[in-house]
Design a binder for this molecule. Structure first.
Ligand code: IPE
Ligand code: IPE
Ligand code: MG
Ligand code: MG
Length: 321
């Protein structure tokens, strides 16, 4: 990433990546090792460990523990992506083929499980029981979100359902990253709560923008398949705004009754959503989350890290990947 908020944590992120490598390098089965090497070299934005390092350093936390936390969070994130891509049948991630594009479902599931196990082991190395509890609770929330999405959310135009889903699948882990870093670094409950809220707001904004990019993004830049959320029955904020503004559109009315399985109908609808002001309305909502994140940071003493967190929040609504 060339963005400047990354600069204060650049060396810390290198340490996080090195630590993740030590978790996968130990003498495994050669096929598992190949899969893990593939995952490690595919990179990723490392946004979650960046959040943890910035928050922790802003509060004067222990660097070594923050690096361990960053490694645990990023491995947990990677594990959820491995399973998610298998569930979604997605063939591209971080600009390279997914494991499920090359491997059997069984091998992909097991590789994801291995990553979960290693993530938990790393989290335990921080030697702080509340972190383990938070880690386990967050994973349960993410899995619950994937299950809801799979069984109960297809074709749902309900806003509350959407907000619950994006909290579960994305904001919960952002929140964990900032809260855990704060827990490691300070006993002050109000500071912990403030940084948890900062993680929540940036996470909600991040997923809303991810959902917008599915409609407007450049697949080469984003590095994963785009334009397919609605085709998979996934109603996200742009579609919700469009539906609210056009309740009589027959294609909109068909969605909750399974209309998302009709490719022609969905292609038509996606074109209309793209051309409507629903995209700007969704973006304004992401911006409102970012505004709240910025307000949370305001009372903190000026520091390089606070400035970087400020910039990171702004970047979220300004990104193309
Ligand atoms: C992808 O997360 C999954 C979502 C929550 C949208 P990122 O966009 O942070 O993925 P990487 O780690 O940079 O590949
Ligand atoms: C995946 O959700 C995020 C998880 C935490 C499992 P999505 O399916 O919406 O994310 P992408 O678009 O594949 O990154
Ligand atoms: Mg997916
Ligand atoms: Mg998505």
């Amino acid at each position: 990433m060339t963005t400047t908020f990354f600069t204060p944590v650049q060396s810390g992120i290198k340490e996080v990546e090195a630590l993740m490598r030590t978790q996968v390098d130990a003498n495994q089965h050669p096929d598992l090792k190949a899969a893990l090497d593939h995952l490690m070299s595919a990179g990723g934005k490392r946004i979650r460990p960046t959040l943890g390092l910035l928050v922790g350093h802003m509060l004067g936390g222990n660097h070594e523990k923050l690096v361990i936390l960053g490694g645990a969070v990023e491995m947990l994130h990677t594990a959820t992506l491995v399973h998610d891509d298998l569930i979604d049948g997605a063939l591209l991630r971080r600009g390279t083929p997914t494991l499920n594009a090359r491997w059997s479902p069984a091998a992909t599931v097991l590789t994801g499980d291995f990553l979960f196990a290693r993530a938990a082991k790393l989290a335990a190395e921080a030697d702080y029981l509340p972190l383990m509890k938070l880690f386990a609770e967050t994973l349960a929330i993410i899995v619950g979100g994937e299950l809801t999405q799979m069984f109960a959310a297809h074709g749902s135009l309900n806003r509350e359902n959407y907000y619950q889903r994006i909290f579960a699948k994305t904001a919960s882990l952002f929140e964990m990253s900032t809260l855990a870093a704060a827990m490691i670094s300070t006993e002050d409950e109000s500071i912990r709560a403030a940084l948890k809220a900062y993680g929540h707001e940036t996470g909600m904004a991040f997923q809303i923008v991810d959902d917008i990019l599915d409609y407007t993004g450049d697949q080469g830049a984003v590095g994963k398949p785009l334009g397919s959320d609605l085709l998979n029955g996934l109603v996200t904020l742009p579609a919700i705004y469009y539906a609210e503004g056009h309740p009589d559109d027959p294609d909109v009315r068909a969605i909750p009754e399974g209309g998302w399985t009709d490719n022609e109908r969905v292609a038509r609808l996606v074109g209309r959503i793209r051309a409507s002001d629903a995209i700007q309305q969704a973006m304004a909502e992401a911006q409102a989350h970012v505004e709240r994140a910025l307000q949370i940071l305001e009372p903190f003493h000026p520091s390089t890290e606070r400035d970087a967190l400020d910039e990171l929040a702004r970047y979220i609504v300004d990104r193309s990947f």
